[in-house]
Every structure is written in structure tokens, then in C-alpha cells.
Write a protein that binds this ligand. Structure first.
Ligand code: ADP
Length: 304
């Protein structure tokens, strides 16, 4: 549904996109994960036909964003960090306005607005002026406005940046329900947890380039597999513990009372038995799987 090849864009000497490649399958939720300044907004603005690239190819639904921008615009919705909500109108009026601008009949616009307000937990607030909404409610209203046109592709540019954790969770559950409508979603985020939570495909982007693409699980695997962590009751048993743990994986590392070694999944019971048999007493034992954080740091060389 989205295809980007060798896309480049500079702003007077600042390179924002430096040969970016990206593919997003129809009906999927893809996340573009990267730090501030990575080029995420620039890409979204190019795909939404708001900005022209210097070179490279970008297509949405098979249409070129530069040669066929009107065809692209008919397919897409865009929800940005800065909400396009009119404070003087009620939530319901905001949505009906958007629907009418897109030439839905009044009845159709009202019906769709009601459905979307309910879907995003705004039913009770529908008759209140949007100026009285919380930040999280405004984001959800903005998301609903983006759906009034039933877009086939929805761009969400940092949909939860600046929200408190609870509003973020509510926004997440709203976004998670979107693919049921068959909408293809490309979201950008600085939050690893958000990409992990929402997306089936994640592209890690840094300095205008895609560093890696995969499922959250695949990216985590690139940061190495699982590790066993043993917390010793007595640091004087470090040597004994290390000796045993070497049987389970290469080069255990010691930090304070904790000895860590890369292991295969499912070895903890055996490891525990061996430690016990050797008289090593422990206060903690855990299997740690790599997080997307670990993956990100591994891919970017840790300069996040
Ligand atoms: P992100 O969305 O990942 O934070 P952006 O696409 O906004 O990244 O920015 C990428 C780079 O381009 C940054 O170095 C940023 O400072 C620069 N940039 C973005 N917009 C402009 C602009 N309008 N003028 C000059 N530089 C810009």
C-alpha cells in the first residue's frame, strides 16, 4: 500500500531523508520508530503530499505522491501532533464539519460522527465544546476526524506524544481497533513500547535512513536472545556460580551480585538445580528477553 524507494530530502543543508526505503502491506499497522530529528515527520509529510521530495520514489496505493497527488489525497487521512480540532465547535460538530467538507450528506455525516464518537469513548462528551476537552480527548477526536472520510491509508504522526500514560493507553486501544476497518496505518513514534504495542512491522529510522525492518519480535532477536540472571546471596560464591553458568552459555558477566549469561529458553530449572547442587545460594533468578529498547540501542550503536 505504501512503497518508498531511495527517498531524499534536505532543508537548506540539513539532510532529513538520506535514501530511505520502506514498504507497508495493505491492512497492516506499521511503525516508524526513531528519535527526534530522525526524519519521521518529513516522510509523513511527503507521503501525505504536503512536501515534495528532492529525489527518489514514494507511492501510496500505487499512485506517485509527486505525479498523482490528487489520487493519493483521495486515499489518505492524516492525524498529526497538533490537532486540527476547532475549539468553538462541539465534538459532534467538529466531525460533521469534516464530513460535510468531504461532501457527505448531512444525514450521513451525522450518522458517521455518532458512530466514531462512540467508538472513541467520546459519546458522552459529544455535545460539549472541544475547547473543554482534555489533551487525550482532543487526540481521539482528531483521530475520529481523520476517519470521517474512511481513508484506506491513515498516517498518525506521533499520535501519543505529550499525553499522560493513561491517555496514551486509551489512545492505543482506539488505534488497535482501526485495522478491523481494513485501514492501512503508518504511525511514527519515539516510544519503543508504543511500536511494540501497536505495530506488526517496525522500521527503525535514524538520520534519515531505515536501519532495520521487521516484526517487533524479529527486531528484539537482533539484540540477542534471552539471558539468565542469577542474583547471589553471597558474592564470595561468584566464581562457583560463573563456573556453572559457563555450561549454559558463553562468557557470563558479573555486575555486583548479579551474574548474567546468554542462554536458550527453558534452561532455568536445570540451572537452578545445578546451582543448588553446588551449594550456591541465590536470592533471585530470572530469564530476561531483550526489549525493543535493547534492539534500538544495538541498531543505532547506543547513541539514542
Ligand atoms: P522527526 O519527525 O523524526 O523528529 P523531522 O522529519 O521533523 O524528524 O526532521 C528531520 C531533520 O530535518 C531534523 O534535523 C530537523 O531539524 C530538520 N528539519 C525538519 N523540518 C525542517 C524545516 N522546515 N527546515 C529546516 N530543517 C528542518
Amino acid at each position: 500500500m505504501i512503497r518508498v524507494e531511495d527517498l531524499r530530502k534536505s532543508y537548506r543543508g540539513t539532510t532529513a531523508l538520506d535514501g530511505l526505503d520502506l514498504e507497508v502491506a495493505e491492512g497492516s499497522v506499521a511503525a516508524l520508530l526513531g528519535p527526534n530529528g530522525a526524519g519521521k515527520s518529513t516522510l509523513i509529510r511527503i507521503l501525505a503530499t504536503l512536501l515534495r521530495p528532492d529525489s527518489g520514489r514514494a507511492e501510496v496505493g500505487g499512485f506517485s505522491v509527486t505525479a498523482q497527488p490528487y489520487r493519493v489525497r483521495a486515499l489518505i487521512g492524516l492525524t498529526g501532533q497538533f490537532t486540527a480540532v476547532d475549539d468553538l465547535l462541539t465534538g459532534h460538530e467538529n466531525l460533521v464539519l469534516v464530513g460535510r467538507l468531504y461532501r457527505l450528506s448531512p444525514a450521513k455525516a451525522r450518522g458517521l460522527a455518532d458512530d466514531l464518537l462512540d467508538a472513541f469513548d467520546l459519546g458522552e462528551a459529544a455535545g460539549r465544546r472541544a475547547g473543554t476537552y482534555s489533551g487525550g480527548m482532543r487526540r481521539r477526536l482528531d483521530l475520529a476526524a481523520g476517519l470521517m472520510t474512511r481513508p484506506r491509508v491513515l498516517f498518525l504522526d506521533e499520535p501519543t506524544t505529550g499525553l499522560d500514560p493513561r491517555s496514551r493507553r486509551t489512545m492505543w486501544s482506539a488505534i488497535r481497533r482501526l485495522p478491523e476497518r481494513g485501514t492501512t496505518i503508518l504511525l511514527t513514534t519515539q516510544y519503543l513500547e508504543e511500536a511494540d504495542h501497536l505495530a506488526s512491522a517496525v522500521t527503525v529510522i535514524d538520520r534519515g535512513r531505515a536501519l532495520a525492518t521487521g516484526t517487533p519480535e524479529q527486531l528484539k532477536a537482533r539484540a540477542g536472545g534471552a539471558r539468565a540472571e542469577v542474583v547471589l546471596a553471597d558474592p564470595r560464591q561468584t566464581a562457583a556460580a560463573t563456573e556453572i553458568m559457563t555450561r549454559y552459555g558463553p562468557a557470563p558477566t558479573v555486575e555486583g551480585e548479579t551474574v548474567t549469561v546468554p542462554v536458550a529458553e527453558g534452561v532455568l530449572p536445570d540451572l537452578l538445580r545445578d546451582l543448588d547442587a553446588a551449594g550456591v545460594s541465590i536470592t533471585g533468578l530470572a530469564l530476561r528477553r531483550p526489549t525493543l529498547d535493547d534492539a534500538f540501542l544495538a541498531l543505532t550503536g547506543g547513541d539514542l
